[in-house]
Design a protein around this ligand. Structure first.
Ligand SMILES: [Zn+2]
Length: 304
């Protein structure tokens, strides 16, 4: 039997994947449409993207289910397809490994709104939505579930709870930080700093603490986050920063950090103690290929 994800990262760091959203756009998804529905309508396009990541060296793939919760899908009139969309996504990611060992991480993104008393959703609605998604991902065979791009501890707690209840073999909590205006530090949009987040995730049953996306969170800032997590927890850490800053070019958001630029941050991240490294918005199979080379060199040098 294949080793579990948690066993595998005890032995050596693993390489994650790059962005899905920006790749779906390149494959023809129109702004504002649901990329998750493609798991049912255009599975071959999702598969092609994930195959490119595997060919580049990814050992962990996040399922194409960032917006795959009932609440998110309801905005595209696909709420009742939630279970099928998530199950299909796990099968597609598994197929992308083509029989190779690899870890399918079921992806749960934010529900995309605010809970009472600030917003219209009750805690019960959000929890039910996460429960349904987590259950579908786990039952379809996901090796782990990640609750990602989180900014609020209240929402994160519900996601972690749903993943635990679904029986996920590994639960990952992942925060999105923004660098403050004066550039001195970073915290989530809801004001959560990494120390608080790490302690909270550990307390609420995460097996891996992570960060992804965010504003201004380049590879160097991601390394700072890893070091700050380590002051609060001994859980393994995963980091998936964006490929630089988003810029608006011809009314399109582009991320302009090249693979050669971004890869300079890989070894410092590994040295800081990250166990899984990947990329978020704007990162491509070329970024992941560069990461692969850097990680392989790092491992070989360490073994000598
Ligand atoms: Zn992102």
């Amino acid at each position: 039997m294949k080793r579990t994800l948690l066993d595998a990262i005890e032995e050596r760091p693993l390489l994650g994947d790059g962005a899905m959203g920006t790749q779906l756009m390149i494959a023809g998804l129109e702004q504002g449409n649901s990329g998750e529905v493609w798991n049912l309508t255009h599975p071959e396009r999702v598969l092609a993207i994930q195959r490119r990541y595997v060919e580049a060296g990814s050992e962990c793939l996040l399922t194409n289910t960032f917006g795959g919760s009932r609440i998110m899908l309801n905005r595209h009139s696909h709420a009742d397809d939630a279970a099928a969309i998530n199950a299909a996504a796990v099968a597609i990611a598994r197929e992308a490994f083509g029989g190779r060992d690899g870890y399918v991480i079921g992806d749960i993104g934010p529900f995309g709104g605010l809970m009472e008393p600030y917003g219209e959703f009750t805690e019960a609605q959000v929890l039910d939505s996460f429960r349904e998604q987590a259950k579908a991902l786990v039952e379809a065979g996901a090796d782990a579930v990640i609750i990602e791009t989180q900014t609020s501890l209240e929402e994160l707690r519900l996601g972690l709870m749903a993943a635990r209840e679904a029986g996920a073999a590994c639960v990952i909590g992942s925060m999105a930080y923004d660098v403050t205006l004066d550039g001195s530090t970073f915290r989530t949009m809801m004001g959560v700093d990494p120390e608080r987040a790490a302690a909270f995730m550990q307390e609420h049953g995460a097996d891996i603490v992570a960060l992804n996306c965010g504003t201004g969170m380049d590879m160097a800032r991601a390394r700072d986050a890893v070091l700050r997590y380590l002051q609060m927890t001994d859980l393994p850490i995963m980091a998936q920063p964006n490929a630089g800053q988003p810029k608006l070019v011809n009314m399109k958001v582009v991320y302009d950090e090249t693979p050669a630029e971004m890869v300079t941050g890989v070894v410092p991240l590994l040295q800081a103690g990250a166990s899984i490294i990947g990329g978020c918005c704007g990162s491509t199979p070329d970024h992941i290929r560069a990461f692969r080379e850097a990680m392989d060199h790092f491992q070989t040098a360490k073994a000598l």
